[in-house]
Ligand binder design. Structure first.
Ligand code: NDP
Ligand code: MG
Length: 335
């Protein structure tokens, strides 16, 4: 079934006139959504803890950041834009005790509500408005007069009025200029986790490392392996982005295209697809969510150790050296 998509004409900012919107967290999404809403003429307050660069950033953008408790108290619409792994505890300690009936709770990713870490109390409706892009793009596209497309989902029981708030909010951040797809908390949360685990982050990182390792173990120079298996990926992805698989295949050589058709399916086998299905089931049953929540509860020991080990993989040391030589790529170093 094709998705329902809303545009500027389907949304009316006046639903939010006279309301106060609290943006909790002035990070990637917070700083972008808050400024876009304010530039759209809406009343925004910021809940941001002091002491870090995001607090200073909010001040430099002429906001007066306050505690999460105070921002929640002042607002009618409360959008939680904190990191997903801190939302559950912060909600219970600082947000829930300060909510009033009639408030609307919002988020940009459904993880915590869908997996029961945030349970909107009686009298408080909830919804999700999620830009399909990072905060800096949400801001820069808005400033250019455009907008990053977004998603809208209503928490069960939400009224038509809340939906109108959601559409107005989406318009306020510029999302209806690009189009807002109607979805559900389950669909947004589960497809987001699946995409990052199987394709975007987990899948592609392991594919790149496996290709690199195979070449290096066969005696090829690591620098050659880096260029082939990591650096050139950008050229391919840029072609996907502009014109899908067909345009990528149109742009590469016939030899590369023939290799693609005849070899790719030997890598992503029935076994790989069955494993994807298993990963999806772990997402749907909440097993992944439970693992990640418990990992954080334990102080994230395995997460931190794996991060350290992964940063020492030879593709990382080789890449760091080569990227430093390519001035045009704006190389980034993570310590
Ligand atoms: P960021 O990590 O960029 O920002 C988080 C904000 O929360 C910062 O202002 C940070 O302040 C504050 N914060 C962090 N830890 C705490 C804490 N323990 N107590 C109080 N405040 C804290 O988050 P994002 O903007 O990336 O993500 C926010 C939400 O948006 C998430 O639900 C995410 O899934 C969703 N989302 C993110 C997208 C993205 O591209 N980034 C895209 C779509 C959705 P400080 O500086 O003091 O640490
Ligand atoms: Mg995602």
């Amino acid at each position: 079934m094709a998705a329902t998509i809303y545009y500027d004409n389907d949304a009316d900012l006046s639903h939010l006139k006279g309301k106060t919107i609290a943006i909790l967290g002035y990070g990637s999404q917070g700083h972008a959504q808050a400024q876009n809403l304010r530039d759209s003429g809406l009343n925004v307050v910021i809940g941001q803890r002091p002491g870090g660069k995001n607090y200073d950033l909010a001040i430099s953008h002429k906001f007066e950041p306050m505690s999460i408790e105070d921002a929640t108290k002042k607002a009618d619409i409360i959008n939680i834009l904190l990191p997903d792994e801190v939302q559950g505890d912060t909600y219970k300690q600082s947000i829930l005790p300060n909510l009033s009936p009639g408030n609307v709770l919002m988020c940009s990713h459904g993880f915590n509500m869908h997996f029961g870490q945030i349970e909107p109390p009686k009298g408080v409706e909830a919804m999700l408005v999620a830009p399909k892009g990072p905060g800096h793009l949400v801001r820069s596209e808005y400033e250019k007069g455009g907008g990053v497309p977004g998603l809208l989902a209503l928490w069960p029981g939400a009224s038509e009025k809340t939906k109108q708030f959601g559409l107005a909010y989406a318009k306020g951040i510029g999302a209806t200029r690009g189009g807002v797809i109607e979805t559900t908390f389950a669909e947004e949360t589960e497809t987001d986790l699946f995409g990052e685990q199987v394709v975007l982050c987990g899948g592609v990182s392991e594919l790149v490392k496996a290709g690199f390792d195979t070449l290096v173990n066969a005696g090829y120079q690591p620098e050659m392996a880096y260029f082939e298996c990591m650096h050139e990926l950008k050229l391919i992805v840029d072609l996907f982005y502009q014109g899908g698989l067909s345009y990528m295949r149109y742009s590469i050589s016939n030899t590369a295209e023939y290799g693609d058709y005849t070899r790719g399916k030997r890598l992503i086998t029935d076994e790989t697809r069955a494993e994807m299905k298993k990963i999806l089931t772990e997402i749907q049953t909440g097993q992944f969510a439970r693992d990640w929540i418990l990992e954080n509860r334990a102080g994230a020991p395995s997460f931190k150790a794996t991060r350290r080990l992964e940063r020492n993989h030879p593709i990382e040391t080789t890449g760091k050296k080569l990227r430093a030589l390519m001035k045009w790529i704006d190389a980034k170093v993570v310590d």
